[in-house]
Design a protein around this ligand. Structure first.
Ligand SMILES: Cc1cc2nc3c(=O)[nH]c(=O)nc-3n(C[C@H](O)[C@H](O)[C@H](O)COP(=O)(O)O)c2cc1C
Length: 140
């Protein structure tokens, strides 16, 4: 079975408080394992960046997520074939990005910062740079 990866960014709505983040993560925990979907969800006060990997159907999950009222302005950054899973045992890893949002990338170089800024602005970034940034962030 072919493996796909998908990355998008979106704007977190004001009504989406910490309790709602917990509810989202519970949905991930409940639904993703049986669909063979793994990945990571990054969130700050203002943004979401989610990386999904699994069967082709992750695009269907994205279509559903897009309609969720807890966020808006979804921008698809990347969708394509993947050789092997990057987060095989993470049904949905998550991290909160602190307010001073770039501080977290302690070993980030200038290029990473530019990519991160472009992602949260919803600007185009190359598929590999978006994925690389998430990998660096979650695996370092
Ligand atoms: C930023 C964001 C990411 C989400 N990611 C997932 C996900 O990976 N898997 C999932 O099942 N639902 C996810 N959701 C929630 C779905 O939009 C939807 O509410 C949920 O799948 C409904 O299923 P449930 O009623 O079984 O909880 C996400 C929502 C938001 C706002």
């Amino acid at each position: 079975m072919n493996l796909y990866q998908l990355v998008y960014s979106s704007v977190r709505n004001k009504t989406c408080d910490e309790k709602e983040i917990e509810n989202i993560l519970n949905s991930c925990k409940k639904n993703n394992p049986s669909k063979d979907i793994t990945g990571v969800l990054l969130h700050s006060d203002q943004y979401f960046i989610q990386y999904l990997e699994g069967p082709k159907d992750i695009i269907k999950l994205y279509d559903l997520i897009k309609t969720d009222k807890r966020h808006s302005r979804p921008v698809l950054l990347s969708y394509g074939l993947l050789k092997e899973r990057i987060f095989p045992s993470w049904h949905m890893g998550y991290k909160n990005v602190p307010k001073d949002k770039l501080e977290f990338l302690t070993d980030a170089n200038e290029e990473d910062k530019v990519v991160f800024q472009r992602i949260i602005n919803g600007d185009a970034v190359s598929e590999t740079s978006a994925t690389n940034l998430l990998v660096k962030f979650f695996k370092s």
